[in-house]
Design a binder for this molecule. Structure first.
Ligand code: DC
Length: 228
């Protein structure tokens, strides 16, 4: 596809709502509903890191081998079909949602070559009429021009309870103490890594959903967006 300069400028002007935050904060559900309300596209960037985590398992790549992980990321054959996600032709929508894949995603996400290999793919989700993007570095690296930046979080014990409820409802047994520890570990990794750590930028709105339901969080973001 060939873009002229005007196309690129117009593309850059398309509205983006960037929603960053820690694991199990509920940002995925909130971001999807905001996108639905506005008729915008939705990018779940965590799913891409989870796919890299799954590919690393399939290909038996060491989680510290940044060069092989980066090369494998560039070769990923990812396909989205509504709510279904395919990796190398295999439907993996549920397989990437496990706790193990969350941990692997966090580990591969610390590798700069993996992040570099996913950069253009993430940017390509920005299509008219606009995009809601959820992740860790949407505000800082992928869409620094976002019209609205939200840092969505909740206290760790609340996040652990939400994750616990979610797993139990899927018939997966889970221990709240282990979940809490895993969340604390993952927060530590995602906020302390050298490349694109999770941070709240000065221009991002803080949304603490510890005492708030999903619908209230959605309405708050829609109000901020109208005013942005
Ligand atoms: O949002 P999630 O729980 O599906 O993300 C899983 C992991 O992927 C997260 O712990 C860190 C990594 N990730 C990342 O490094 N950058 C992103 N933009 C999104 C996710």
């Amino acid at each position: 596809m060939v873009f002229d300069t005007q196309d690129l400028l117009d593309h850059h002007k398309l509205p983006v709502i960037a929603i960053d935050g820690p694991s199990a904060s509920g940002k995925g559900s909130v971001a999807q509903l905001v996108a639905k309300h506005l008729g915008f596209h939705y990018l779940d960037s965590g799913a891409l890191y989870r796919l890299v985590g799954l590919a690393s398992l399939w290909q038996d790549i060491d989680l510290t081998d940044g060069i092989r992980l980066g090369a494998a990321t560039s070769r990923l054959k990812i396909h989205f079909d509504a709510d279904l996600i395919y990796l190398d032709g295999q439907e993996v929508s549920a397989a990437i949602r496990t706790e193990e894949m969350g941990k692997r995603a966090s580990a591969v996400g610390a590798q700069p070559l993996v992040r570099q290999a996913l950069f253009a793919l993430q940017r390509s989700f920005l299509q008219a009429p606009g995009l809601v993007a959820d992740g860790r570095d949407m505000s800082t690296v992928i869409f620094p021009q976002a019209k609205l930046k939200v840092f969505l979080t909740a206290r760790v014990e609340i996040r652990a309870q939400r994750r616990h409820k979610q797993l139990i409802s899927k018939g997966i047994s889970a221990n709240i103490d282990i979940l809490t520890k895993d969340l604390v570990d993952r927060d530590g990794l995602d906020t302390s890594r050298q490349t694109a750590p999770l941070i709240k930028t000065a221009d991002a709105f803080l949304l603490d959903t510890s005492e708030m339901g999903i619908e209230q969080a959605v309405q708050t973001i829609l109000t901020w967006y109208k005013l942005a």
